[in-house]
Design a protein around this ligand. Sequence first.
Ligand code: NDP
Length: 450
Amino acid sequence: MTINAKQYCEELYNRVVKRNAHEPEFHQAVQEVLESLIPVLEKNPEYIKLGIVESIVEPERQIVFRVPWVDDAGNIHVNRGFRVQFNSAIGPYKGGIRLHPSVYIGIIKFLGFEQVLKNSLTGLPIGGAKGGSDFDPKGKSDMEIMRFCQSFMTELCRHIGQDVDVPAGDIGVGGREIGYMFGQYKKIKNAYEAGVLTGKGLSYGGSLGRTQATGYGLVYFVDEMLREKGMSIKGKTVLVSGSGNVAIYTVEKTHEYGGKVVAVSDSDGYVYDANGINVETLKQIKEVERKRIHEYVKYHPTAEYHEGCAGIWTIPCDIALPCATQNEINENDAKILVKNGCKAVAEGANMPTTLEGTKVFLDNGILFGPAKAANAGGVATSALEMSQNSMRLSWTFEEVDAKLKDIMINIYRNTSKAAAEYGLKDNLVAGANIAGFVKVAEAMKAHGVV
Ligand code: NDP
């Protein structure tokens, strides 16, 4: 019996929507991937017959749990925690933990699904997962953060392990939170399992270069994407949304490559600095003082602060690098960017562009680096951290950074090659989905129906 791949994907998508009702971000991520896979499934119908496509959109395991904690005034709060272990065909589950009030199962599921294909693209042996909580870390004291992280880990520790599932940071989770979670894990397990978390501090098993990796990796990817087209970052005007971990190191590396980042943002508004964003000021405000981005103008009075984060996309630029959160560039924002002469967009955040926005970029010949490929440097370096933990040694910053650069260049090349192979030249969205999928699908095929 011949199978119509397009019809199969449409029916499967409808089943996913029905089975995962009220989870629009997950539907969006699945829709994009299934559409990209149609030509692959036409050529390889066994991926359908063996149930691989159906399995890949269904998490292996979803864990939802209660996270009670006590604030400084003695009040008790109860948050909800999540870990979605999506796919372990090519290695232990791996993916970050997000702490943000917008977190619910649909966000964690979309992130876990994207992570499966992203981790596959890195070429390293890691499966996909994601976790988090609707806890809001903003405005909390150090002790409140510690008590929350300990309570979160008290439950999570039963489900993870260095060969089982290895969480890391994401929005709202940096070195401080990973430290508290690691301490609690170590205490409960009574074992020093260094590889159970990544993004650790350097004094207890962290890797040099991990803090910078997602931002630096994004710029290495953009550099390669532009180089292939005879262009470069040098002299280009760049917008970077967000002002967290990914944004800060994207700004730093862009400046090293001769580009000028003129704007950054947070969820309240954006800062425009025609002289170029000062990265040391950015680090001081966000990493040291943990304050809001409007503080920037106190240090640089000629810069402007504007309320409303979406306004950042109205600034004329050559390159736009969304590094804040999902769906921050919609169809209208994309049209404005195109109209203002933007030539390249690459996603530092996960799924920051809506499906309609992505279509605008692709239809207008904008070079577009999708998140799965462009921001994979973070998880790739986490995998390098796991390797160092297993070997009980530490590589230098230069060694890690050189490996990261090689990985990002390879991801660009493999993505671009996969797109061309299926007649979709320059469509890196399809290329990333295809290249990421095929490796996982081949492993699943080898493992049988499990
Ligand atoms: P951080 O918590 O360090 O920073 C997040 C930034 O995004 C902050 O500036 C924050 O502003 C802004 N932001 C968060 N939510 C929203 C929102 N709903 N609307 C507008 N702005 C928002 O997180 P990261 O830098 O680590 O992560 C940023 C993105 O990159 C996420 O999509 C994450 O999944 C992705 N990513 C991160 C990796 C990593 O290694 N850290 C790896 C790969 C992807 P505010 O302070 O106002 O909330």
